[in-house]
Ligand binder design. Structure first.
Ligand SMILES: Cc1ncc(COP(=O)(O)O)c(C=O)c1O
Length: 360
């Protein structure tokens, strides 16, 4: 791994050009989706970030930390396992800074994401087989990252699953939300994968003594909160390993959403609010739909919508794809199960029945 670096990269390089557009995303009211519930809902549109997602924030923060600590310099080769939004965020920053970026992907990475990464000049390193012990591609990709770090004298691994610069980047996300809603936020709904968003927002809430309750929105089949691993079709939220950034006390409630409800949530969001968003945003909408009837009247709720929908046109927004996987186009209604956090024991949820709500 790192790191004897001949010269240094200046931190000011991160305060210039396209990188100045990271963060400061809009918060918009959603008046239509939850018109029957006596709550106010706002959406933080993270797809407006220049790389198209919330992951621009941690990508920038992890590179900044690397520069600050001397681990990233002009000769650095950034090496990371990601097939989605973080990869695009890193590719953008590395292009801007003139750094090499080797992105470790697997066959599940979409052609469109590969094309975006190549357009930014990222080098693609494809892992073709899952890890033989766990059967997981994520494990195989991380093993490959370690191999590449051995090979590159100036390799830098941002390590999105364990790097606290990832979660700290979201103090700013929560700060922006708090500034935009001076009356306070009662419930914040955010999708989880590395837990960077959840942890950063949760830390901010605790540091500032805010009343906000956090609802973690995970995928059925994700192991983050102790569920059994299972097949997941929609990328973005959920994880096949519990991230180092996870802590059991980060959220006040956890909702596990099926792929089908996630698709229904996305379609409902674009139908009602004309917001074309990615899969995890559909999961957030599904979770809020399930909980809305139980939220106190007048509650102010914020949905973090992590990315845009264009990269999901061939899946979530394709009737053919949806029919192939679910047999029908889900109706614009959904009620997802809710459980009280912290949750660390195995549990199952199929999204089909009434919410398994406890202690809310
Ligand atoms: C679309 C989308 N939603 C949600 C998440 C989860 O965010 P975090 O990694 O901060 O938990 C990700 C992470 O990659 C994502 O790409």
């Amino acid at each position: 791994m790192a790191n004897t670096i001949a010269s240094v990269l200046r931190l000011d390089a991160l305060l210039d050009g396209v990188l100045t557009a990271v963060g400061g995303t809009p918060l918009v009211p959603l008046r239509r989706l939850f018109r029957d519930a006596p709550i106010q809902v706002f959406a933080k549109l993270e797809g407006v970030n220049p790389g198209g997602s919330i992951k621009d924030r941690p990508a920038l923060a992890m590179i900044r930390k690397g520069i600050e600590t001397g681990a990233v310099g002009p000769d650095t080769v950034v090496i990371e396992s990601s097939s989605g939004n973080l990869a695009v965020g890193l590719a953008q920053i590395c292009r801007y800074l003139g750094l090499r970026f080797v992105c470790v992907v697997d066959p599940k990475t979409t052609r469109q994401n590969l094309s975006i990464l190549r357009a930014y000049g990222a080098e693609i390193d494809l892992v073709v087989e899952p890890d033989p012990t766990t059967g997981e591609f994520l494990v195989a990709r991380l093993n490959r990252v370690h191999e590449l770090l051995e090979r590159h004298e100036h390799g830098y691994w941002p390590n999105q699953y364990g790097n606290q610069a990832n979660s700290r980047a979201h103090h700013e996300t929560m700060h922006e939300i708090t500034l935009a809603l001076p009356g306070g936020v009662d419930y914040l709904f955010c999708a989880v994968s590395t837990c960077g968003t959840l942890r950063g927002c949760s830390e901010y809430v605790k540091i500032h003594g805010l009343r906000t309750k956090l609802v973690a929105v995970d995928a059925v089949g994700s192991v983050i909160f102790g569920d059994r691993p299972g097949k997941r079709l929609v990328p973005g939220h959920g994880a096949a390993i519990r991230p180092e950034l996870f802590r059991p006390d980060l959220s006040d409630a956890v909702v596990h959403v099926t792929d089908r409800d996630c698709v229904a949530g996305c379609r409902k969001l674009v139908h009602e609010e004309a917001i074309l968003a990615g899969g995890s945003s559909g999961a957030v909408v599904a979770a809020m739909t399930g909980m809305a009837p139980d939220l106190p009247a007048g509650a102010t709720c914020v949905a973090v919508l992590a990315d845009r929908g264009e990269r999901y046109l061939d899946t979530i927004y394709s009737d053919t794809w949806v029919r192939t996987h679910f047999g029908e186009i889900p109706a614009h209604s959904t009620r997802a199960p809710v459980v009280e956090a912290p949750v660390v024991e195995a549990q199952t949820a199929d999204g089909g029945g009434p919410p398994g709500r406890r202690g809310w």
